[in-house]
Design a protein around this ligand. Sequence first.
Ligand code: GLU
Length: 434
Amino acid sequence: MVRVRFAPSPTGFLHIGGARTALFNWIYAQAQSGKFILRIEDTDVLRSKQEYVDEILDSLSWLGFKWDETYFQGKRISLYREHAERLLKEGKAYTEKLGDKPGEAIIYKVTPRKIRVDDLIRGRIEFEAETIKDQVLIKSDGTPTYNFACVVDDALMQITHVIRGDDHISNTPKQIMLYEALGLPLPYFAHLPLIMGMEGGRLSKRTGATGIWEYRKMGYLAEALVNYLLLLSWAPGDNREVIGIDEAIRLFDIKNVNKTAATFDPKKLDWMNNQYLKNADPEKLLDELIPQLIEKNYIQGDNFDRNSLKSLVKLFQPRLTTINDFPDWADFFFLKEIDIDPKAREKYLSRDFSREFGALCERLDSLSDFSLGPIEDSFRKMCAEFGIEAKELIHPVRVALTGKTVGPGLFEVIYYLGRERTKERLSKFINREG
Ligand code: GLU
């Protein structure tokens, strides 16, 4: 049975690179009906923090990567020592006092030779082990080194496939030597290509090394982020980009993972998020939005009309890049007094619209059926009577009602704003009060 693992060190938050590694392990386990194991590599006591552990677990859950087993290396220290002592006994390792540190380290004696690995993604790689120095297994403080703990655990946890980032490729020959020294069976290795920022080079905080949690806070959907991470190093074929996770699992083959570095493009992620937001269940979006709307005082926690909010969300859905765009773009529905964007005012409301706005108020007042169709009809009829094109009035009215130049269709805005609020906002521009 396939057993893969994701082995984060809780010395920082889960970021794009880590999430991509977790995803490829998880999806491979799903595709192979295998097990996905989470191993927290917390042997660096000084740098590991509970806060990071919590954030990593929360982020993995939010992304939907359910794991089957959890291990903490910090609880397995005696196991690593046992294995190191075995190598000592067999004469494959020696002890040495390192510098002025108290205690002794256990060090593996490297036998120079060629090491080959058939990487499932990169193909055959050859390493000259002559250049590899003797390896510390257990440090003088009693904690294991990453390479040693990793090998002992991958073997004891019966990991069949080690799927991890390219940055670990130089560790692979060292780990292979340790498997062989311990007489343990080797797993398959698969190294995922590097993720670079838009300007080349490694991802930096500015170019996407943001914590996954931040993406959630910024209003990205987990499904969109997962789809984007998947595309970074794999393609479903047929130029398809938006692909649901179940179908991706069905089509996934580790052989088709890209060998070349991927570029993290925040604009592409935005595009993907919009694709998912368009089709998202408005109820779900509403659940995410309600706390924000309450916090902004746009709605009262115990007193709001869920159905009308849902209609508003639906109205904006096709345009949203992130969930958080909604409170900004839809603010005019919630605010009593709106701010008019000065540029929009300058462009569309610099002349006097008293006559047109006054007439529009009268028309809206006289509508017996204040719904979308009749609103649009009477607006267009009025424009025809004034001898102007509808668009000449649509922009000024939109700016007067919303403060913005872009947004949902004007007739929808009028309909959802309601007759009274529409009239009130227009009347501010009659006789130049506004
Ligand atoms: N703790 C290591 C890391 O976070 C794990 C590397 C591996 O997957 O072997 O990079």
